[in-house]
Design a binder for this molecule. Structure first.
Ligand code: SAM
Length: 435
């Protein structure tokens, strides 16, 4: 990439984002604050989530409401009739995805989007590993749980972050096998260079929404600095017990001051887009979302979305009502730190992460140089880039961008961060968290 490309990367992505979200201002929202409880509940998040707010007084109240989709009288919320659980469907889907080499991945229709998501994960992981290191003595061990790690796409990131030990868990055993091979390859390459500086690893196959991970650890008393759940937390909002189990797994081994970080689809965005086009199904040439529930009356749990994204994802996931996520996390000592849409995250870290954006590369060069061609053949995908260049009034400049279609898909996602807090103890032995 030339200097010009590097310098103009930010502005064009902004242009792509604006082009992708044009006209979103006319979204209808449910009226705010019809009761005191609703106001209190929603005040913790910056976005006014259009999901109907419910009174959350105790577990029983929302347990009942959240599981109302099991009521077969409501056709929109009918549970599958077969004995297969959604977790099994998800595991089968991921198990069937073949591990692709770098060469094949670079030919994907979403190569820049995939790289852009890797940039987001790298920056997020790096940001919180740095905070953890700042709180520790030099050379103190750093232990991490990569929850729902898939094929180990983040192993290099953990390697670069200089961690000591990694726990990799996933429901898809084939993905974990690929993860093992990836780890062994990285390790042998490092040893080949005469270094032994590689973190140790352990693998856990299982459903993180139903098993207690701690009981499966090589050392169940192990204390962790970071739990990372990338592009997977939304699977646990199938039901309250599953969300609680996942959060307990995220929280219970974390040291006070440690972080639970992740990325997932943003419920606000999923619903707002459906309302805008007045349809439960929408998307573009790269992604399709189908919301399998009444978008005006979603429940807190079990609201199924089918998300299909090029060759990356094609399986059922669940809407995460963020105020409920925050409320449940509190119960396990996780204090909400922040939620940032991918666009805002990019805005904040684009300068710091510019070199990595270019190295991956996470953005496409427009216009293409030499004999190379654009990834998309739809000219509308690059209108924002063309207009940006015209506005500069200079000839022969090249910029880095995402196509409009890629940005439309990517901007559905959000990052999240929680911090584990210290606790005192109740007389009955239960922890009290001051959150
Ligand atoms: C979109 S992939 C993300 C993989 C990896 N975190 C990454 O960023 O590359 C989602 C992963 O979550 C895993 N997963 C889904 N539901 C799960 C569950 N209930 N327990 C454990 N893993 C689960 C899937 O098998 C899949 O590997």
């Amino acid at each position: 990439m030339s200097d010009t490309v590097e310098n103009d990367v930010e502005q064009t992505l902004i242009a792509a984002a604006n082009a992708a979200s044009q006209g979103n201002d006319d979204i209808q929202y449910l009226s705010k604050g019809s009761s005191k409880d609703e106001e209190t509940e929603s005040s913790e998040v910056s976005n006014d989530c259009p999901i109907k707010k419910r009174k959350l007084t105790d577990d029983a109240t929302y347990s009942q409401e959240g599981n109302s989709h099991y009521n077969d009288e409501n056709p929109i919320r009918k549970r599958k009739s077969s004995d297969t659980t959604y977790s099994e469907v998800v595991a089968t889907h991921y198990n069937l995805i073949k591990e692709k080499g770098l060469d094949e991945r670079s030919k994907s229709s979403v190569v820049y989007l995939r790289n852009f998501h890797n940039w987001i994960k790298s920056m997020l992981i790096n940001e919180y590993l740095t905070k953890v290191k700042d709180k520790k003595k030099h050379n103190a061990p750093i232990r991490v749980h990569d929850m729902c790690c898939g094929k180990g796409g983040d192993l290099q990131k953990w390697k670069m972050g200089g961690i000591t030990h990694l726990i990799c868990s996933d429901i898809a055993s084939v993905s974990l096998d690929d993860c093992k091979s990836r780890y062994n390859n990285i390790k042998s390459r490092i040893w080949g260079r005469g270094s032994s500086n590689m973190f140790t690893i352990e693998y856990i196959v299982g459903d993180c929404t139903r098993m207690r991970v701690r009981e499966k650890l090589s050392d169940p008393s192990m204390k962790l600095d970071i739990v990372s759940c990338q592009f997977a937390f939304h699977y646990c909002f199938e039901s309250l017990p599953q969300a609680e189990c996942m959060l307990r797994n995220a929280a219970e081994c974390l040291l006070p001051g440690g972080y639970f970080i992740g990325t997932m689809t943003d419920a606000y965005d999923l619903i707002a887009r459906a309302r805008k086009c007045n349809s439960n199904t929408y998307g573009n040439r790269l992604y399709t979302v189908t919301l399998d529930f009444d978008i005006n009356k979603p429940a807190l749990f079990g609201e199924k979305c089918h998300f299909q994204l090029a060759d990356l994802v094609d399986c059922p996931e669940f809407l995460v009502h963020f105020p409920t996520f925050i409320k449940l996390a509190k119960k396990y000592g996780l204090k909400f730190v922040k939620k940032e849409k991918f666009y805002d995250f990019f805005e904040r870290l684009k300068s710091e992460g510019q070199q990595l954006l270019c190295n991956l590369p996470a953005l496409e060069t427009y216009p293409p140089s030499g004999t190379s061609s654009l990834l998309s053949t739809d000219p509308d995908d690059y209108t924002h880039a063309k207009e940006f260049i015209e506005r500069q009034g200079e000839d022969n400049i090249r910029i880095g961008t995402l196509s409009k279609s890629e940005w439309e898909a990517s901007s559905i996602y959000t990052t999240f961060v929680f911090e584990k807090v210290k606790n005192t103890w109740n007389t009955d032995g239960t922890p009290i968290f001051d959150i």
